[in-house]
Design a protein around this ligand. Structure first.
Ligand code: ADP
Length: 215
């Protein structure tokens, strides 16, 4: 199965992937994580991408494709793509990569959320520095300094600040939002409201996939 998760920053893509990938036996390919790794390791691609990412602007298609194309090709058993494609050029490129190997996208899950929800969620988001699990500042309770799963410390992403958040929303509306109608026309779009609890959303997606399998 080949899935794409679509949605503005803070829509809950990462949270859903954590819940879905194990249940579906799929590999998670996250454009943002691969880019952040390249930045951390100071690779040439990472150095080129760094400032764009800090400001919340899109990195060039060349850089993203260089990081992702082989991964997409290698994951023969299926994947959940998150953060890619982010514009029409990338969407067409993805179709091409899959088509060359007689594969195709099965479903694009679009998580819809209001702008006010996004700003609130992102400004209090913390990420585990080891496993990438997502937390928020208010809900940590007794586990205030380390990850419940792996015990590592948290960090706040460089781009989770008001300016970069605004820029990411702008970039989403301009470049990524048009993908909704692109995939709707292909009849592989599934819309779901992202303001429900993470459990409810995951369950609805799984139910939908179950029904789709039977068709
Ligand atoms: P979010 O969805 O929370 O904004 P991501 O972790 O998916 O964040 O991406 C972080 C940043 O990495 C983006 O703001 C952008 O600069 C860059 N990026 C990620 N994916 C892509 C992509 N497919 N094309 C261009 N830039 C990308």
């Amino acid at each position: 199965m080949h899935l794409v998760l679509l949605g503005v920053a803070g829509a809950g893509k990462g949270t859903q992937v954590e819940r879905l990938r194990g249940k579906l036996g799929l590999v998670h390919i996250a454009a943002g994580d691969l880019l952040r790794k390249a930045v951390k390791e100071r690779t040439l691609l990472g150095q080129k991408a760094e400032n764009f990412m800090k400001e919340g602007r899109l990195v060039s298609d060349d850089i993203v494709l260089e990081l992702l194309e082989d991964k997409i090709r290698e994951e023969k058993k299926g994947f959940i793509l998150d953060g890619f494609p982010r514009n029409l050029f990338q969407a067409k490129k993805l179709d091409e990569i899959l088509h060359r190997e007689n594969r195709r996208l099965d479903l694009v899950i679009n998580l819809e959320v209001k702008e006010s929800t996004i700003i609130e969620r992102l400004s209090r988001r913390l990420v585990c520095s080891s496993c990438g699990r997502i937390y928020n500042k208010e809900n940590l309770g007794d586990f205030s300094s380390t990850c419940r799963v792996c015990g590592a410390s948290f960090f706040q992403r460089d781009d989770d600040n008001p300016e970069a958040i605004k820029e990411r929303i702008k970039s989403y509306l301009k470049h990524t939002h048009p993908l909704i109608s692109y995939y709707r026309k292909k009849k592989i779009l599934y819309n779901i409201k992202g303001e429900q609890s993470p459990e409810e959303i995951a369950q609805k997606i799984l139910n939908f996939l179950g029904k789709k399998e039977k068709i």
